[in-house]
Write a protein of this length. Structure first.
Length: 306
């Protein structure tokens, strides 16, 4: 009888221990699931939202979305948070102010300006402006850091023809948005287009993307008119130059096309919005040109071979 009672007690104790272990395991599993859910929620919260970023831009920038189509353009080029993206000729930051928060804390934004010795060729930069270009890279990075918060990308900069060696093979994409025409325009003076495309090729990882948006000339236009000096380039010429630099042409898109822009050999791209350079004293002409909208633009994707 005593033996039976002992066995029962042992069985009860074993059952209790088993129940305790089961309860503990269940509690631990629930805690782990809860922690994972919190981590997922936090990650989703921190993931940059392009729609929200575009909506937060100044009204003047948003007014140009219909012509510049930033969401569709970045999607076409495959730009995503966490990437390292090089932006050629960032200027006042129209695209930079979108890219900087969109690339996020795990991303990098690298600005690139024209080579210092190219600026005097324009003929309209003052000595003071040319001197200031010497500190452009540091000045641009300082400006960029005022455009976002701690969740924005890391920023750096250089000028074409002097890419830092440690950047070689580091970028996922190079964007040349309306940046090629002047490089092509002064190609004969210093091989500026060739050097810029070489830097673009070298900074990219194998398989990386070169994205080009450029004012587009009709293929039948004279070559000497469509050399970039009037703002326009032929798509065939852009593809040939990129392929000569080692890139493979992937595809084109009409995202930024505007069939209403039909320039003659007497026209320059800056006659159109937003510059309207040729109609400042002619309200009738200004209205006609404003009706056309911004320029017709090719949108081309290239890839650095694996």
């Amino acid at each position: 009888m005593k033996h039976f009672i002992a066995l029962c007690a042992a069985g009860t104790l074993l059952a209790a221990c088993s129940k305790t272990e089961t309860d503990t395991t269940a509690t631990e599993a629930a805690s782990a699931a809860e922690a994972a859910a919190v981590e997922t929620t936090e990650a989703m919260t921190k993931t940059p939202d392009l729609t929200a970023i575009l909506a937060s831009q100044p009204e003047a920038a948003q007014a140009r979305y219909d012509a510049r189509n930033p969401a569709a353009t970045l999607e076409f080029f495959g730009i995503e948070p966490g990437m390292t993206v090089v932006e050629a000729l960032p200027g006042g930051g129209w695209y930079s102010k979108i890219l900087y928060p969109y690339l996020g804390a795990d991303g990098k934004l690298i600005g690139v300006d024209y080579a210092l010795d190219m600026f005097p060729l324009f003929g309209f930069f003052s000595d003071e402006a040319l001197e200031k270009k010497k500190t452009w890279a540091a000045d641009w990075v300082a400006d960029v850091k005022t455009w976002g918060d701690d969740d924005a990308a890391e920023a750096s900069a250089f000028v074409f023809g002097s890419m830092p060696e440690d950047l070689a093979g580091s970028a996922d994409a190079v964007l040349m948005v309306r940046a090629l025409h002047n490089l092509n325009r002064f190609e004969a003076e210093g091989q500026y287009r060739t050097k810029a495309l070489s830097d673009a090729f070298n900074v990219l990882k194998p398989g990386g993307t070169l994205g080009v948006v450029q004012h587009q000339a009709r293929e039948e236009m004279p070559d000497d008119w469509a050399d970039g000096s009037n703002g326009y380039l032929k798509q065939s010429a852009v593809i040939a130059a990129a392929e000569a630099a080692g890139f493979a042409f992937v595809e084109s898109s009409d995202i930024n096309a505007n069939p209403a822009d039909q320039p003659t050999t007497e026209d320059i791209v800056w006659r159109l919005s937003p510059t309207l350079a040729t109609s400042r004293d002619n309200e009738t002409l200004r209205a006609e040109l404003s009706e056309i909208g911004e320029s017709n633009r090719m949108t081309l994707k290239f890839r650095k071979p694996e």
